[in-house]
Design a protein. Sequence first.
Lengths: 289, 325, 243
Amino acid sequence: MNVAQQLVNGITIGHSYALVAVGWTLLLGSARLVNFGHGQMYMVGAFVAWWVMRMTGLPYLLAVPAAVAMGAVIGAVMQMLMLRLTLEQNLVSLMIVTLGFGQILEGGAGFAFGAQPQRLVSPLEGIDFRFGPVWFTAQDLLLVVATIALFLVLRWVLARTVLGSWVRMVAEDPKLTQLGGVNVALVYMGIFAFEGAAVAFAATLVAPRTPIMTSMGFDQVIMTFVVVVLGGIGSVGGSYAAGLGLGLFTAFFGALVSPAYTTTAVFVLLIAVMVLRPGDLAAGRGFAR
Amino acid sequence: MKRAGIALLLVVVGFLLPRLLGGSTLVYDTLVVIAIFGTMAYGLDIILSDLGEISLAHTAFFAAGAYAAALLSVNAEWGAWATLGGAIVTALVLAAVLGAITLRTREFAFSLVTYAAAVVCANIASNWSFLGGSDGVVGIPALDLSIGPITLVAGTNTQFWPYAYTLLVLTIYLVHRFRRSRLGQAALMVHMNPRLAVMSGLDGQRIRLMVFLVSAPISAAAGWLYAYQRAYVGPDLFDTYFLVLMLTAVILVGRRNLLGPVLGTAILLVQKSFLSLGAYGDKLVLGGVLVAVLCLFPKGLASIRFRRPARTPAMRSVAVEKRIV
Amino acid sequence: MIPVLEVRNLAVSYGGDAAVAVSSLALQPGTLSGVVGANGAGKSTLVNAIAGWSRAAPRVSGSVLLDGEDVGSLPAHEHVRRGLLLVPEGHGVFLGLSVEENLRAVRSPPSSSVRRAFSVDEVYDLFPRLRERRANAAGSMSGGERQMLAMARALRLGPRVLLLDEPSIGLAPRLVITLLQAVRRLVDAGMTVLLVEQNVRAAVEVVDTLHLLERGRMIASGPVAAMKDDPRIIEAYLGASHG
Ligand SMILES: Nc1ncnc2c1ncn2[C@@H]1O[C@H](COP(=O)(O)OP(=O)(O)OP(=O)(O)O)[C@@H](O)[C@H]1O
Ligand SMILES: [Mg+2]
């Protein structure tokens, strides 16, 4: 085994996990919301970028913002429809509704983009860097840099800006937040728009690695769960670390044992954490760390 | 007495329903699937309505029942009664493991882990050749429940109807009994008023586990029958479609409504059978119904009729306060 | 004078149980009004309803006029934007935020507004203790310090009318006096305040008008000088030793 190469692979995969999970981490930390439509939003993000490139001939790097904008709109619309349930903190109904949104997105994407697997082509995939035995593409580099940047920006916004304070206020006590003159509904909408935009952004950066299909949402979301749970439910720093750790685990497990059972192995890891440290899952506050 | 009479009448009318609806093959096909999926939904109903948690692992219980029936009948050539036992035991084992893992998790953590469990089961089913891998298991024999001299065999959907219907009626009866049982009452208290439950000396974790163990075999029994009805099982049983179908069926009419899940299933499947919009369209419809019901009528469709007229403010007629200024 | 805040036929009920019914209540600009009453009399319910806010889901009817505009049907944050501010009972600060963040993360009135919003430095001058602890998490502060912080937050928002629900709860007797005197100074500077206070003895020293609430009804209202001699107040709250 080429250890250095697996290390590089693990880092890349790990950053992709963390990036896909970042929006959901914020959602969970601030609104205690679980979005079971997350995987389908990822799928739509990838397909919107693909469609924009195909229909308009725009280059990849311009298709990315288009997909991100679409993701933000989807997130905001979702939240507008769920506002009443969110304000009531009706978590059970909210979870089911997000599953419903996932179905809508999948059905809609099926109509719009067809059942064929497609490829989202990034020109950066073709640019290689080689350092001795180690090899990676410019796309990998972009993914890692963009993920680190997004996490740093998110942490900075949460910790240092008024907007971030509002998000933390909503997380701690939405009712009291209203008495600060803040329109809580708008904050929730912003959080959801961020979730949508972030997962679409992640999709445009990660999806060029594999073919895309409108049915891929379900599988896509599993790693996000694990990242969010292992990261300590809603902790921004935690989910970055968990994503990275999981990426390394995946890379080495795949190389040393078997790629087909990676998901299962990760799940066993999750169970171990749940059984040994159930207290971590009950938390959900203090996500800005 | 009167209620029992009405129930009996409903059971008889339900049995004759396919004939009352014309008795065409399509009617039988649809009703058999409604009965099977309705049964599957009741398994989830107990968790969702009585425990107040969302289990996303019930597709796995359903599939476990189906796989058990398929493998035991094809590979081990067991009879249908024996495979039913096998399906139930498989589901119990799975539920016990999952229940133990999720014992101390609540709300979204519980849902997350059950969902992850379903994904992993799907992953195993499509990779492990023992379970047929992505090809699944084919060649499941016709349902044969004959006891001694009484021949009970079903090949076509018309022949299947009595068995599917019996399973459904038994399940509804079981759920009815469960809600009146001590366990059902305890579960409701743990859900609605955990603090009071603790003060009454109820062990919440044990109750949750027990409810899980009651619920899983119900969905598994539906899967067992589905395996015979379709004569094939495969990883497609884990499709989120079944999960969303179950959830929608439970919430559509209203939670804790004894006939709710089967009516919800019926509404959804009649649309699929008679007004189908293709696979994508059906997904859109299912998701749309789910979102619309929960966002517009969070208590289900049954709440529309019973919604009380807006009350006049309770305190209009308050006497003018005395002033002593 | 035209009242700055006027409440008409306000009725509040929780799931069918009536909690408050007040047919009229008016606050004159630049005055300090006190609301007193036993536990469960409906004091919090009343001020919450005026602010259009509640942690529960009560049914509220009636109208609340702020400078003549009916704000009764607006969401809570719109009350705040118009300067009708509430410092709720008990938990009124964000424990996870630092003192300074608590003060900065409010939506201050637009600069075009005539209302006077306190700057962060001004509230520090008013409550020097907060300046000392500016970088600490609010969760690490004492109950009294939190009460100060909650009030300081409200001042940052430029109150036109300030509703204070038992700001002195959990404070040492001397601090109660200090706090109420601080409130009095704000009123003397032109602010309008409605103060819910359990400590009637301390309240009568600072308020202009006193309202007595009993089982949701306003059973007595008037200038504090007259109310001090009201037998019901004396008997229930001031004790035999008084005047
Ligand atoms: N969330 C609620 N749900 C149901 N009833 C409530 C609720 N909050 C208050 N009540 C009822 O309304 C009435 C008034 O309560 P409120 O809290 O306004 O009293 P209070 O005068 O502020 O008392 P205290 O001095 O203890 O703060 C009480 O009878 C109380 O039981
Ligand atoms: Mg009170």
